[in-house]
Design a protein around this ligand. Structure first.
Ligand code: CP
Length: 341
C-alpha cells in the first residue's frame, strides 16, 4: 500500500516515506523489465480500466504496458467513440465501468479534481493520470525516480524547472515530490506563466533562464502549451525560444554532469533545442522507460500487495513476488467487488 491510501491523486498529499516506498518498489520492477521475460503475476485476477478523456501517448501506453507486465486484465476507454459524446456523466460512465468488476481505475481528465470525484464515489482504487492543471503524480514520480537513479540522491540536488509553471500539472507534482525529499528547486518562465501562489511551493524563482540553469544538477524543461499562445501569455514561439529555450550554449552554465529532462511531448526548437533533446545530457527516453516501472509500482502498491518482487537471478521463469504464490490471498481475486485490498 501507499500508506493506508486507496488512491493516488497527487504528490502534495504524500509524505516523504510514502514517496520513497514507491521509488524503491519501482526500482525492483525496473529490474524486472530488463529480464528476458519482463512479466510477473502480481496482479493476476485483477482488472484495470484506463479512462482517457484527454489525449495521451506516453501515459496511456505506459499504464497499459505496466498492467500487462503485472498480468492484470486491462480495458481502455477514450472519449471519442464512447457514450460520453452522447451526454453521459463522468460518474455514470465510471459506475458502469465499475459494475463490470474493475478494481483499479486510471483516469486522465481535462478538469482538475475529476480523479478526486471518482475516488469519493467508487470503491475501486483511483490513479490520477493528469487532471487539468492540478497534478500528474506518476509523471512527477518517474521524473524523481530518474533523477535519483542518475544522481544517487534527491536531498540537496539543484533542480531547474523551466517553462509554463502555471498550467503544468507535471511541474506541480514534480515540485511537491522534490521539495518533500529535500531538493532545491528553481523555477523560471514568463511572468504570465507563474502561479500566483508561488511561495506556497517552497521554490526559488529565477527571472532569467541562465540564472536558473547556473550550477544545476538537473534541467527539467516543460512543454510550451501551444494553445496558450492564443491567450496572449507569450508573444510568439520565436520569442519564447529566444528568451526561454534551453540551448546548448545555455546548458554550459549547468554542472558538467547535468541531466536534461522533458516530460514530452516536446516542441523541438521552441522550449528545447534539437541538439539538447538528443544530446549527451538528455535522459528523456530513460524517463519513458522508467515510467513503466514507476506505474507498475503504483498499481502494485495500491492493489494492496505491498511487498515488492524479489529481484532474484535472471531466469527463464518470471520472477514472483514473495506473497504472490499461487493460491495465496495475494494471487486471488479480492473477495469483495470493491478496492483490491
Ligand atoms: N508526459 C505526458 O503526460 O505525456 P502524454 O500526454 O503523452 O501522456
Amino acid at each position: 500500500m501507499i500508506g493506508h491510501r486507496k488512491d493516488l491523486l497527487g504528490l502534495e498529499d504524500l509524505n516523504k516515506d510514502e514517496i520513497i516506498s514507491i521509488l524503491d518498489t519501482a526500482r525492483t520492477f525496473r529490474e524486472v523489465l530488463d529480464r528476458p521475460i519482463p512479466k510477473v503475476p502480481s496482479l493476476r485476477g485483477l482488472t484495470a480500466a484506463n479512462l482517457f478523456f484527454e489525449a495521451s501517448t506516453r501515459t496511456r501506453l505506459s499504464f497499459e504496458l505496466a498492467q500487462k507486465r503485472l498480468s492484470a486484465d486491462t480495458v481502455s476507454f477514450q472519449t471519442s467513440g464512447s457514450s460520453v459524446s452522447k451526454g453521459e456523466t463522468l460518474k455514470d460512465t465510471a459506475r458502469n465501468i465499475e459494475a463490470m468488476g474493475i478494481h483499479l481505475v486510471v483516469i486522465r481528465h481535462q478538469s482538475s479534481g475529476a480523479p478526486h470525484y471518482l475516488a469519493h464515489n467508487l470503491d475501486a482504487a483511483i490513479i490520477n493520470a493528469g487532471d487539468g492543471t492540478h497534478e500528474h503524480p506518476t509523471q512527477g514520480l518517474l521524473d524523481i525516480y530518474t533523477m535519483r537513479e542518475k544522481k544517487g540522491r534527491i536531498d540537496g540536488l539543484r533542480v531547474a524547472i523551466i517553462g509554463d509553471i502555471m498550467h503544468s500539472r507535471v511541474a506541480r507534482s514534480t515540485i511537491w515530490g522534490l521539495t518533500k525529499l529535500g531538493a532545491s528547486v528553481t523555477i523560471c518562465g514568463p511572468t504570465t506563466m507563474m502561479p500566483a501562489e508561488v511561495e506556497r511551493f517552497g521554490v526559488t524563482v529565477a527571472s532569467r533562464v541562465e540564472e536558473a540553469i547556473e550550477g544545476a544538477d538537473v534541467v527539467n524543461i516543460l512543454r510550451i502549451q501551444l494553445e496558450r499562445q492564443r491567450a496572449g501569455l507569450y508573444p510568439s514561439l520565436r520569442e519564447y525560444a529566444r528568451v526561454y529555450g534551453v540551448t546548448h550554449e545555455r546548458l554550459q552554465g549547468a554542472r558538467p554532469d547535468t541531466i536534461v529532462m522533458h516530460p514530452g511531448p516536446m516542441n523541438r526548437g521552441v522550449e528545447i533545442a534539437q541538439d539538447v533533446a538528443d544530446g549527451a545530457h538528455s535522459v528523456i527516453l530513460e524517463q519513458v522507460t522508467n515510467g513503466v516501472a514507476v506505474r507498475m509500482a503504483v498499481l502494485y502498491l495500491l492493489a494492496g500487495r505491498d511487498e515488492p518482487a524479489e529481484p532474484g537471478p535472471e531466469t527463464v521463469a518470471p520472477p514472483t513476488p514473495r506473497r504472490a504464490v499461487e493460491g495465496s490471498p495475494a494471487m486471488s481475486a479480492p473477495a469483495t467487488k470493491g478496492a483490491p485490498r
